[in-house]
Write a protein that binds this ligand. Structure first.
Ligand code: AMP
Length: 120
């Protein structure tokens, strides 16, 4: 498993920084975002370090599929699978990616409005 000692999310995976876990498998961890932007806002990350979703799609497509399966499981556990939810990933500067360890945001439990600048 790849790890980066300077990476915030690798430190969460290693248990060095606490997190509010929603769901976990051998390869994936889902936890509540520290600055929630919706009534439900969780992050789903691979435990193995990859910088961006774009890079992971090239390197490990099966791992990307696991992230989306886990996102659905988070939605089920949070009771929003039927009401609907949004899965988004910021890739690179224009998207405002802050943490360069792959993650998808799972947002829901309210109407989210259209996807677009300043949203999502
Ligand atoms: P992004 O802008 O897509 O890179 O998203 C990074 C997300 O990580 C932001 O929504 C932050 O609020 C969230 N975040 C940063 N530090 C933590 C932390 N220690 N625990 C949970 N979420 C965090």
């Amino acid at each position: 498993m790849a790890t980066d000692s300077n990476c915030l999310f690798c430190k969460i995976v290693a248990g060095q920084i606490p997190n509010d876990t929603v769901y976990e498998t051998d390869t994936v961890l889902a936890f509540r975002d520290i600055t929630p932007r919706a009534n439900v806002h969780a992050l789903v990350i691979p435990k193995s370090h990859e910088d961006t979703l774009g890079q992971m799609a090239a390197d490990d497509p099966a791992g990307v599929a696991e992230l989306f399966t886990a996102a659905r499981e988070v939605a089920r556990l949070e009771g929003i699978e039927e009401s609907g939810y949004r899965v988004v990933s910021n890739v690179g500067p224009d998207a405002g990616q802050e943490v360069f360890h792959v993650h998808v945001h799972v947002l829901g439990a309210q109407e989210l409005g259209p996807v677009g600048p300043g949203r999502g």
